[in-house]
Write a protein that binds this ligand. Structure first.
Ligand SMILES: C[S@@+](CC[C@H](N)C(=O)[O-])C[C@H]1O[C@@H](n2cnc3c(N)ncnc32)[C@H](O)[C@@H]1O
Length: 197
């Protein structure tokens, strides 16, 4: 393991599950008003996701957004990853993402990288982006923060190098005529939706 690597899973579990009040008002306790859930509600009926490959969420937390995926695609088609499988689901892999055995990551047709954030856990967030985007099948989608993230990780460049075509979610909503009047435009603008060519 790299010497600069400092990550204490116990502290992180404590932060993510026992300190939600410190996460800022805009996360709405990671319920239906959290932006990931609000965006998924709108784009799921529109996305044309290939049949092969699993539907994945990196960072499932209490599973509100993950349950939207399960309801839409079926539980057996979904797979989630988090430090803690607090809802005790059989389709969630518990542990730090960097400990996951790569050979067990299935081919994916959709993945949202909502693992912590680029400020708190940049190494893990980048790791998730690199490793999981490599598992996306042709025509599959990957969603995550763009290159304006706090670690300045060049997400557009990575996705380009891996043969994805990307645009930001605001452009996607406009292009597909999806209503975003009650969503935060800056969040849409700073998230990239990438399709594997
Ligand atoms: C923003 S929350 C996810 C919210 C969830 N996607 C939703 O829409 O309700 C971020 C999650 O990333 C998880 N996380 C942070 N670091 C991680 C790591 N190294 N490995 C796996 N999960 C991690 C946290 O435990 C937390 O549940």
């Amino acid at each position: 393991m790299n010497s600069f690597y400092k990550f204490n899973p116990k502290n992180e579990v404590d932060y993510w599950f026992n300190n939600i009040e410190n996460h800022g008002e805009d996360v709405y306790s990671y319920g239906p008003k959290y932006y990931v859930a609000a965006i998924l509600e709108r784009i799921l009926p529109v996305l044309k996701i290939p049949n092969s490959g699993k539907i994945c969420m990196l960072g499932t937390h209490k599973c509100y957004s993950f349950s939207l995926l399960e309801n839409f695609f079926g539980e057996k088609n979904c797979i989630g990853y988090d430090l803690l499988n607090i809802t005790k689901r059989s389709n969630i892999i518990e542990g730090s993402i960097i400990e996951i055995e790569k050979k067990f990551i299935p081919p994916l047709s959709f993945c949202w990288n909502d693992l912590g954030n680029y400020s708190r856990n940049p190494y893990e967030k980048m790791f998730g982006q690199i490793v999981f985007s490599n598992r996306i099948v042709k025509g599959g989608f990957f969603i995550g923060r763009d290159g304006s993230n706090r670690a300045r990780f060049p997400v557009e460049t990575l996705m380009d190098e891996l043969s994805f075509e990307s645009t930001n979610l605001l452009n996607y909503f406009i292009d597909k005529s999806i209503d975003y009047s009650d969503l935060d435009e800056s969040i849409l603008k700073s998230h990239l939706i990438s399709i594997k060519k």
